[in-house]
Write a protein that binds this ligand. Structure first.
Ligand code: CA
Length: 429
């Protein structure tokens, strides 16, 4: 089935700025609250939000097998469960409706009034009800940096000795996944003081960090007991978002052994509100990193399964301009999404529509490409300078952390927009 929505020569009758993340070739999916206080599923072209529920009611998706209320829902879960064939038919139809050559909606003033919104008339919501959240640990440079910092005893090639054999991950909490724009409170918790003491203290975390990640959203994939072969895994991936997996390093250091992170990681994880489909990212496939250690057959992946997605993180102190502190790329992942999903299901663990799978912090080979403060400042030893002259070892109260991502090739740019989150002081009633 050709991906006609990806046609790079197509232009839209809606205005799209030259450097927009959302040209007509993107067609992401999201959920928003309209100016009339109605929740709907929508897409976006340039700076215009499009109500897909209204478009469907007006008959624009005729001929595509969709239930009447598929876009009149609070989440994308049911639409995602319809599967890849339906996603493609819908994306292709949206591209046709908004094609510069198509006058049907363009010339219908009444319909346009119902369907189109300016961005300041809508409020983006969480696009999915996340059933389960898994966070991987698949960037090799990040894993090496953490191994060095924590001084692991059991290392091989600067990595935990299982790392080159298993796409390691852990289960997170879906209850604290929030969309861009929702602030996060500094968490309270236990930590050890730096004076060699063995008795923990309780109080606000003193080391709040971001983790630059991407996450993929799955459709219903397998039944209990069944596994997904690595070469079929992409069939079950709907799309990707940016993910800031907030972390409290001082809490993490005290609690992580022997079972791994717990409260240091589950107080908040922020995602960008538009899901960019895997189909839209098709032109940006690249070879993955060189395989260092022979992988078990169920993990062997062929072809271009990595994606060239430019990523950056900025910190904006209260009342000041933002400072970009990190530039990284999704292509730095050692384990790709297909391998992650094949591994996740190899024991028969079911994956459902609306599950979210984080990549793990994405760090590249240079200092500037490190995807967390603990790496960028090397445990706080080398603070970062902000544009207002202040310094950061970790994130301060009232700082806003902004992550952005985009792909660009042959003049077409497909972007993710941003995930922007303000850190507030400790919660007070
Ligand atoms: Ca993480």
């Amino acid at each position: 089935m050709p991906l006609s929505a990806n046609n790079p020569d197509r232009t839209s009758w809606l205005h799209v700025d030259k450097h927009s993340d959302f040209p007509i070739q993107n067609i992401p999916f999201g959920v928003f609250l309209t100016r009339d206080d109605i929740i709907t599923i929508g897409t976006r072209i340039g700076d215009t939000a499009i109500d897909l529920g209204a478009l469907h009611q007006l008959g624009y998706f005729k001929g595509i097998p969709l239930t009447d209320d598929i876009f009149l829902q609070d989440t994308l879960n049911d639409f995602i469960a319809d599967g890849r064939k339906t996603w493609r038919l819908v994306r292709d139809r949206i591209a046709e409706i908004f094609d510069a050559e198509n006058n049907t909606l363009k010339n219908n003033i009444e319909h346009k009034k119902i369907v189109l919104f300016r961005l300041d008339e809508i409020e983006m919501q969480l696009p999915i009800q996340v059933g389960d959240f898994t966070d991987f640990y698949s960037s090799i440079e990040h894993a090496k940096n953490v191994s060095k910092m924590l001084d692991y005893a059991e290392v091989d090639k600067d990595l935990p000795k299982n790392w080159l054999h298993i796409p390691l991950g852990n289960h997170g909490r879906s209850s604290s996944i929030i969309p861009s724009g929702i602030p996060v409170n500094r968490p309270l918790g236990q930590s050890l003081a730096n004076d060699g003491s063995h008795t923990p203290v309780f109080g606000p975390s003193k080391a709040i960090d971001f983790e630059l990640e991407m996450a993929f959203v799955t459709t219903d994939a397998n039944d209990l007991g069944e596994s997904i072969p690595v070469e079929e895994a992409e069939e079950y991936i709907f799309g990707l978002v940016l993910l800031n997996d907030w972390s409290a390093r001082d809490l993490q250091k005290w609690e992580y052994a022997p079972l791994g992170p717990f409260l240091a990681k589950n107080f908040a994880s922020s995602i960008s509100p538009w899901i960019i489909t895997l189909d839209a990212l098709e032109p940006y496939r690249v070879e993955g990193l060189k395989v260092i250690e022979t992988q078990l057959p169920y993990l062997k992946s062929k072809g271009k399964k990595s994606f060239d997605i430019n990523l950056e993180v900025a910190i904006q102190p209260k009342g000041a301009k933002e400072t970009v502190v990190c530039k990284s790329n999704f292509k730095y992942m050692y384990w790709n999404m297909s391998q992650q999903l094949a591994h996740h299901t190899v024991n028969g663990c079911p994956v459902n529509s609306g599950d979210l799978m984080g990549s793990g912090t994405i760090s590249g080979p240079t200092t500037e490409s490190c995807g967390s403060m603990i790496e960028l400042t090397w445990k706080g030893e080398n603070p970062l300078k902000m544009s207002d002259g202040s310094e950061r070892e970790f994130i301060h109260d009232n700082d806003t952390v902004i992550m952005r991502g985009y792909c660009e090739k042959d003049g077409t740019r497909i972007g993710f927009g941003e995930v922007s989150t303000k850190l507030l002081p400790v919660y007070k009633k």
